[in-house]
Design a protein around this ligand. Structure first.
Ligand SMILES: NC(=O)c1ccc[n+]([C@@H]2O[C@H](COP(=O)([O-])OP(=O)(O)OC[C@H]3O[C@@H](n4cnc5c(N)ncnc54)[C@H](OP(=O)(O)O)[C@@H]3O)[C@@H](O)[C@H]2O)c1
Length: 294
């Protein structure tokens, strides 16, 4: 096992990946990590791991220097931006220039050039660049995070969006991170593969609202919107058009059935089932405590 570079270690997935890799005990092949972060001061603890500051994915030269000597790279998709595909391409180019051998990329379910969810088109373009890079690669297409649901509940305890009666099998950050680590440590077992990473059950948004309500003890409900209503209800947030379109189309992709996928990836890679939404919510009250106070 050589040096594994991990991006996004100040975030939800990257932090867990780094912690789990650090907890991996294999004296014959110790895991050596290098964490590439934009703000090293934001790292709570990185004992025994090298932390390298980088400006961001768009800084190809800085990324190349930071990746010098690394064998594997876990590349977290960056924060949504108008230039995200260019940023991801630059990071992949930096990996090639630095001599990295393999990239494991965190993509999104249903990535396709014509995906209803516009941000999923970014992921498809990134996957294409990776596949053409000459590097060994694996793309992990995660579903919506369980953590997103309590955050989507409005002040009136309502989840509003144009999701119709479509279904989605959201997944916990922990399960996604476990799969990332499992793939990183599995040698070439998942090379050239695109793996969907989902929870165990596909729920409608009405069922999600019921679940959040049951766990929080609050009357959470789902109010379906038309596309026009969805754009109108988000117009006052002051966000750029590309971002509002991403928010609205994430629900529209559910309505279109594009996120109605239940995969066996967690089971296959980790040998155990993924956590369902209710179990996950009960284990993470910090994600919904704000709803109880409302
Ligand atoms: N499946 C879903 O439901 C869902 C929902 C939202 C987003 N996502 C995608 O999944 C990714 C990982 O999820 P998460 O929950 O771990 O996100 P998160 O907690 O926001 O963490 C994102 C991490 O990526 C880093 N980062 C973002 N843009 C970067 C850039 N351009 N260059 C270098 N580093 C960058 C951040 O660094 P800083 O701390 O410096 O910002 C942070 O460490 C997100 O970044 C986003 O692309 C998925």
């Amino acid at each position: 096992m050589g040096v594994i570079a991990v991006t996004g270690a100040t975030g939800q997935v990257g932090r867990r990946v780094a912690e789990r890799l650090a907890g991996t005990r294999d004296d014959a092949q110790p895991v050596v990590q290098r964490l590439l972060v934009r703000d090293p001061k934001a790292m709570a603890s990185a004992a025994g791991r090298e932390v390298v500051g980088v400006q961001g994915y768009a800084d190809t030269e800085g990324m190349r220097a930071a990746l010098e000597g690394a064998d594997d790279l876990f590349l977290v998709s960056g924060r949504e931006s108008a230039d995200r595909v260019a940023e991801h391409r630059a990071a992949i180019d930096a990996a090639v220039a630095a001599g990295v051998r393999r990239v494991v990329y965190l993509s999104f379910l249903g990535a396709a050039p014509d995906a209803t969810f516009t941000f999923a088109r970014d992921h498809w373009a990134t996957e294409q660049h990776l596949a053409a890079s000459g590097l060994r690669w694996t793309a992990l297409r995660d579903s919506l995070y369980h953590a997103a649901w309590p955050a989507f509940v409005g002040d009136d305890l309502t989840i509003r969006g144009p999701a119709g009666d479509g279904r989605v099998a959201s997944v916990g950050h922990g399960d996604v991170s476990d799969v990332v680590v499992g793939v990183l440590l599995a040698g070439d077992a998942y090379d050239g593969q695109v793996l969907d990473v989902t929870g165990p059950t596909a729920l409608t948004v009405a069922e999600v609202a019921d679940t959040v309500g049951r766990v929080t003890g609050r009357p959470v409900r789902y109010a379906p919107e038309s596309l026009d209503e969805a754009y109108a209800s988000r117009a006052g947030y002051g966000a750029p058009d590309w971002e509002v379109t991403g928010w609205v189309t994430s629900y529209a992709a559910i309505a279109a059935g594009e996120l109605d996928v239940v995969s066996d990836t967690v089971e296959r890679v980790m040998g155990r089932p993924p956590q369902d939404l209710e179990t996950w919510l009960r284990a993470h009250p910090e994600t919904w405590r704000h709803l109880v106070r409302r």
